[in-house]
Design a protein around this ligand. Structure first.
Ligand code: CP
Ligand code: NVA
Length: 312
């Protein structure tokens, strides 16, 4: 059965470890699982990190990335998501999409499965999830801390796509998780049930200082995500007090690090001082996007770590 990657828990915890092990292998040592094959990268929203990291990862695996902007293919306007997927599968070994509506990726994967086409769909960010980001986040945490199991990660901000994938990744790797969001922007009952089902040790609060207290890592994301621009003024008001700034970082453990998926809005979800401080891992985190997606694409293409769990 074709394996798609629409959310982190499309992998089992063991498979997640395999992907992370492959992501830690230098590019030239991975099998070229995309040799002479295409990779469709469909973007309905802008990107700096995701497009560039995925293109370079495809090249490192011997493949040819084709970047396609949303209006060119016109998903569900020019033709259906199903027809777009089946057409791209005529040329490409993998279809990666950054979409406005997560259900488009689900429909694409279902259409390929129904047609018996062995082409994985990879989520490069939807309104619901950003699983490739979460892979890079795990890599970054593991570079900073020898043992991430039992670590406490505090997410301060909007319980949106990046938060959801990060929380799922935390659940699958034994990281204790705290979520601090203003009223109305926290996790819903469905998310809480899903995360509880995955065994997440989870504190949910509206108090950022309480969430940050003693935490090993603080994480934040923009207050206004792509597609929510008309809510920006209201969100600026509602998220006041949720900036990851020097005062909040001082509540965390003395060794605490700061992560942010980027793009950052200095003075909103993060202060300029914290973002640029030695405690900030945002640049290695951005670099890890490429290693993470290279490991994922290699895994989807059949590569596995050897018995020692590292080099294939
Ligand atoms: N973090 C992230 O996904 O960045 P881009 O939107 O620039 O791809
Ligand atoms: N939550 C943000 C993440 C950007 C990488 C957004 O969806 O715009």
């Amino acid at each position: 059965m074709t394996r798609h990657f629409l959310e982190v828990d499309d992998l089992t915890p063991d498979e997640l470890e395999e992907v992370l092990a492959l992501a830690s292998v230098p590019a030239g040592f991975l099998p070229r699982t995309l040799e002479d094959q295409g990779a469709a990268l469909v973007f309905e929203k802008p990107s700096v990190r995701t497009r560039n990291s995925t293109e370079l990862a495809v090249v490192a695996l011997g493949g040819h990335p084709v970047y396609i902007q949303g209006p060119e293919v016109g998903i569900d306007t020019r033709e259906t998501a199903e027809d777009v997927a089946r057409t791209l599968a005529c040329y490409h070994a993998v279809i990666c999409g950054r979409v406005l509506d997560h259900r488009v990726l689900v429909r694409m994967a279902a259409a390929l499965d129904a047609a018996g086409l062995d082409v994985p769909v990879v989520n490069l960010l939807s309104d619901r999830a950003h699983p490739c980001q979460a892979l890079a986040d795990l890599l970054t945490l593991r570079q900073a801390f020898p043992d991430t199991a039992g670590l406490t990660l505090a997410y301060i901000g909007d319980a949106n796509n990046v938060w959801r994938s990060l929380a799922i990744a935390a659940a699958m790797t034994g990281i204790a998780f705290r979520t601090a969001s203003p009223d109305g922007y926290g996790p819903g009952p469905e998310d809480l049930a899903r995360l509880a089902g995955l065994g997440l040790d989870h504190l949910v609060t509206t108090d950022p200082a309480g969430a940050a207290a003693g935490a090993d890592a603080l994480y934040t994301d923009v207050w206004t995500s792509m597609g929510q621009e008309e809510e920006s003024a209201r969100r600026l008001r509602d998220f006041a007090g949720f900036t990851v700034d020097e005062a909040l970082l001082a509540r965390a453990a003395p060794h605490a690090v700061v992560l942010h998926c980027l793009p950052a809005h200095r003075g909103e979800e993060v202060s300029a001082g914290v973002l640029e401080s030695p405690r900030s891992l945002v640049w290695p985190q951005a670099a890890n996007r490429m290693h993470a997606v290279r490991g994922l694409l290699a895994w989807l293409g059949g590569a596995r770590p050897d018995d020692d769990g590292d080099l294939p």
